[in-house]
Ligand binder design. Structure first.
Ligand code: ADP
Ligand code: MG
Length: 377
């Protein structure tokens, strides 16, 4: 991982501590005072503020569930797993199973790992088809479906254009000529997925698949399945801002989350409780640079190959992580109007969109569930 990325994550952890201090600990008493679980703020990814159990059981009865929380660096980001189980052993085992599953997937789909299936597919662009495991195939199929759903807003071939901008490494505004040169590499019709044979073929040399906009949501879903298999009754898997929950906290309490304000780094825009749902945020505030008062960030509109301009942040709630993660990026590109219209058509999907002027839009599925934080402007 680039050093600057590492530094950014460390800064986020510090911010997390700062927020804890600023907002204080939430203390919740469950089960008639027998179980005391402290909740506090934490920042995942800088996109998301999460409130979750910090696994403190001060006094508890024999039958009270255990909550364990662990954090590791995976997929180039901070991964936090909260695991609820009838006993500590099972809670720990389930958390370990979740991390192992994410590690397994990282080896398949990360383009930072040269031996991953997607790195091999990219290296063979213009030359050979490459065999894929069922899991990698699943991510690619979902990515193409997401591209159709978002009318091309979501596009896993934008990698060469993202590279041309290199928002993190050496902020540059690429010339039109440079962008035109990479445009043919972003054409999804040149990506040939053969599901029956389990292969992918990128037809032009230089083409590159990058599942950065959907892969973390997929990993969260798979980690949840692994945790359930290992005996967890509830939990949260958070890969920075891509988060999947299952079940509830002891006492039937839902998992509470805070959505970060896109322009006030330390502020919570709104709160929402989740149960058996995923939440994901795409924002223009995490990886960006500014030139002459214009903000250039890492989510590109595949039509213009320029940073998408209509939103500051898009938060999506869905039943699974892959849908939430893919949609936040795709809707960010589609913009507020078309994005909200899409969300209204999808069952079990909701969105909170902060548009370019800072106005907050909440889709009907989330109306009454999202509590705005009145403490900020
Ligand atoms: P993150 O949590 O890493 O910011 P996002 O879900 O916001 O992830 O997706 C951003 C990533 O997706 C970028 O880093 C880039 O690799 C990729 N990306 C950028 N533009 C698009 C796009 N239009 N469609 C799909 N992926 C994109
Ligand atoms: Mg995304």
């Amino acid at each position: 991982m680039p050093r600057r990325e590492n530094q950014r994550r460390v800064a986020q952890m510090k911010l997390c501590e700062l927020l804890s201090a600023k907002h204080g600990l939430f203390v919740l008493f469950v089960g008639g005072g027998e179980v005391s679980i402290r909740y506090r703020f934490a920042v995942m990814s800088g996109i998301f503020l999460i409130l979750f159990s910090s696994a403190c059981t001060t006094t508890r009865s024999e039958s009270a569930p255990i909550v364990v929380k662990r954090t590791q660096m995976q997929m180039g980001t901070l991964v936090t797993i909260t695991s609820v189980a009838p006993d500590r052993r099972r809670a720990q085992d389930a958390a370990s199973a979740g991390f192992q599953e994410i590690h397994r997937l990282e080896e398949l789909i990360s383009t930072w790992i040269v031996t991953s299936e997607l790195s091999r597919a990219n290296a063979a662009a213009g030359r050979d088809a490459v065999s894929l495991s069922r899991d990698t195939m699943k991510v690619l199929e979902a990515s193409l479906q997401m591209a159709r759903m978002t009318e091309g807003g979501f596009n896993i071939l934008v990698g060469p254009a993202v590279e041309a901008w290199s928002v993190l490494e050496r902020p540059t505004i690429p010339s039109d000529a440079v962008l035109q040169a990479v445009r043919p590499l972003t054409d999804l019709r040149e990506l040939h997925l053969n599901v029956a044979e389990g292969t992918v073929y990128l037809a032009k040399p230089g083409m590159r698949v990058d599942v950065g906009g959907i892969g973390k949501g997929f990993a969260a879903d798979m980690a949840v399945a692994a945790m359930q298999k290992a005996g967890a009754t509830a939990g949260v898997v958070a890969l920075s801002g891509d988060i999947r929950t299952f079940g509830g906290l002891p006492g039937g309490v839902k998992f509470p989350f805070g959505i970060r304000h896109p322009r006030h780094e330390e502020a919570v825009l709104a709160f929402i409780d989740l149960q058996d749902e995923a939440i994901s945020t795409a924002g223009d505030y995490e990886r960006y640079f500014e030139r002459d008062g214009v903000r250039y960030h890492h989510i590109l509109d595949p039509i213009t190959l320029q940073p998408a301009r209509d939103c500051q942040s898009v938060t999506v709630v869905a039943r699974d992580g892959m849908t939430a993660d893919g949609l936040d990026t795709g809707i960010f590109v589609m913009g507020r109007e078309r994005g909200l219209a899409l969300v209204e058509r999808l069952p079990g999907v909701g969105a909170v969109i902060v548009d370019r002027d800072g106005k907050v839009w909440v889709s009907s599925y989330l109306k009454g569930r999202v509590r705005m934080n009145d403490g900020i402007e």
